[in-house]
Design a protein around this ligand. Structure first.
Ligand code: FPP
Length: 236
């Protein structure tokens, strides 16, 4: 049974396996992403009901640009469709949408919807739904390093003053607590450049199911697995 008093505040998810889900059914890869989108919708709902404060999903990495043009444009078309269909309900459920990554570089139609989602839900106080888009953990750290270097050059910061907090404050996740739990689906056991800094003390749960099959019950199972582990932060 899930312990409602120990729900992680922040859960990160690497949604992997859409392509393999489709291949297993002899369907095009985009059918997998479409099914993945449906799974995501249900996970957002359940996470919000469970009282998760932050849900962060890895939707498109800086490395995903290497995929075929058709797959990339298909993924962003799905994103547009999803927002057009779901924004009202997200808003009704008091979910606040936030984007992590260099999302301004995304296709114009997707960008427009993302801005609209952010603005529409900006004052909501329920779960914050962080969508990592054109996100890379290393790029995020480089960006933070540049911002700190700029402060040094400007003279507003001294070298000895640079602290972990200075770095954290310059990440896309500034102000967001670190994830206690990171889930990756489809049996792969890698972080793949997701939340590198933020995952320093995260528990990792790997689910064997492909992302489109990751149901709200699977989410609860992952939370139970997390709750079964003792977290010591390097102490005893
Ligand atoms: C991983 O499966 C999934 C992605 C790279 C994209 C995730 C996309 C969605 C859940 C739908 C679109 C959502 C948004 C918000 C844009 P994979 O293609 O890497 O699967 P594979 O490893 O089996 O090939």
């Amino acid at each position: 049974m899930i312990d409602m008093d120990r729900i992680p505040n922040h859960i990160g998810i690497v949604m992997d396996g859409n392509g393999r889900w489709a291949a297993k059914r002899a369907l095009p890869r985009l059918a997998g992403h479409n099914a993945g989108m449906k799974a995501l919708k249900e996970i957002v709902k359940r996470a919000s009901v469970l009282g998760v404060k932050h849900l962060t999903v890895y939707a498109f990495s800086t490395e995903n640009w290497k995929r075929s043009k058709d797959e990339i444009s298909g993924i962003f078309k799905l994103l547009v469709l999803y927002i057009d269909k779901e924004l009202e309900e997200l808003n009704r459920n008091n979910v606040r949408v936030n984007i992590l990554g260099e999302y301004k570089e995304l296709p114009a139609k997707a960008l427009l919807r993302l801005e609209k989602s952010r603005v529409t839900t900006a004052s909501n106080e329920g779960m914050q739904f962080n969508i990592a888009l054109n996100y890379g953990g290393r790029a995020e750290l480089v960006k933070a390093a540049r911002a700190i270097a700029a402060d040094l050059l400007e003279g507003s910061l001294g070298i000895d003053e640079i602290s972990e907090q200075h770095v954290a404050d310059r990440l896309y996740t500034s102000g967001i607590p670190d994830p206690e739990l990171i889930i990756r689906t489809s049996g792969e056991k890698r972080l793949s450049n997701f939340l590198l800094w933020q995952s320093a003390y995260s528990e990792f749960v790997f689910s064997e199911v492909f992302w489109p099959d990751f149901s709200p019950d699977e989410l609860e199972k992952s939370i139970e697995e997390y709750q079964g582990r003792a977290r010591r932060f390097g102490g005893r």
